[in-house]
Ligand binder design. Sequence first.
Ligand SMILES: NC(=O)c1ccc[n+]([C@@H]2O[C@H](COP(=O)([O-])OP(=O)(O)OC[C@H]3O[C@@H](n4cnc5c(N)ncnc54)[C@H](O)[C@@H]3O)[C@@H](O)[C@H]2O)c1
Length: 253
Amino acid sequence: MKGLDQDRVFLITGGIGGIGLGVAQTLLEYGSRVVVTDVVGEEGADEVARLGAGDRVRYVDLDVTDPEAAESVADQLEADGWPVFGLMANAGVAPTSPTVDYPDDTWRTTVDINLNGVFWTVRSFGRRMVERGEGAIILTSSIAGLRVVSPETHVAYGATKAAVAHMASLLGVEWAKEGVRVNALAPGYTDTSILDAIREESPETIEEWKHRTPLGRLIQPEEIGQAAAFLFSDLASGITATTLSVDGGYAAR
Ligand SMILES: NC(=O)c1ccc[n+]([C@@H]2O[C@H](COP(=O)([O-])OP(=O)(O)OC[C@H]3O[C@@H](n4cnc5c(N)ncnc54)[C@H](O)[C@@H]3O)[C@@H](O)[C@H]2O)c1
């Protein structure tokens, strides 16, 4: 895809999850170099080796809740000749709880990973893109940030994902003249381990989600990968400050 086959470097946070690996695989197929980051140590390195892309892919631990970590990973990659052209700020958690009983820790952790973590990451890598005068950023929002989804109750998740979609508009406008495009992706219900708890506790909920999705099925991680590749590519040169839903039509209902 135009602009992805030029040895550009793309970094994905939360990259060992289902969506992150789907995006990494797709970008590698288009000829990019990819840095998969997560908080899983050796397991991450093993998983990335299984992608079979040799030295075009590497794994680095990056806890998005640590602003210093984002700075030092960005510095190290530049020193290694891997300056990040494209960032996907994708790490996220999705705990559910009725709001009247919502635990303090769960609220803080969710905001710390899903919102603060996106900001620390974008600030570090985005500043370097602005300095170089080129780059592309994708923030992973969710249909739950654009609509009130049900039956799950997850006030922190929905609020952080709404904030992330708006952050993409804010930064897309701020950096438009700097050569850096910023967009959000809003996946619908996607077949990854983030759904595991609900799959176990309430399989009928998964069936309900499929029923409410006009395409009648879960989205596959590769489908998020293709959308991310498009937004990162030069084919999307006119697209910034917006949110693209990949949800099988869910949000239109
Ligand atoms: N799967 C879906 O249905 C769906 C729908 C809409 C949006 N999303 C969003 O897509 C993104 C990826 O979700 P997924 O489905 O691949 O989930 P996943 O649980 O498979 O992956 C999430 C990854 O984030 C990592 N992570 C957690 N805390 C972290 C931290 N502090 N620093 C860095 N990484 C951390 C986890 O280790 C995990 O690998 C999330 O932001 C999620 O909210 C998912």
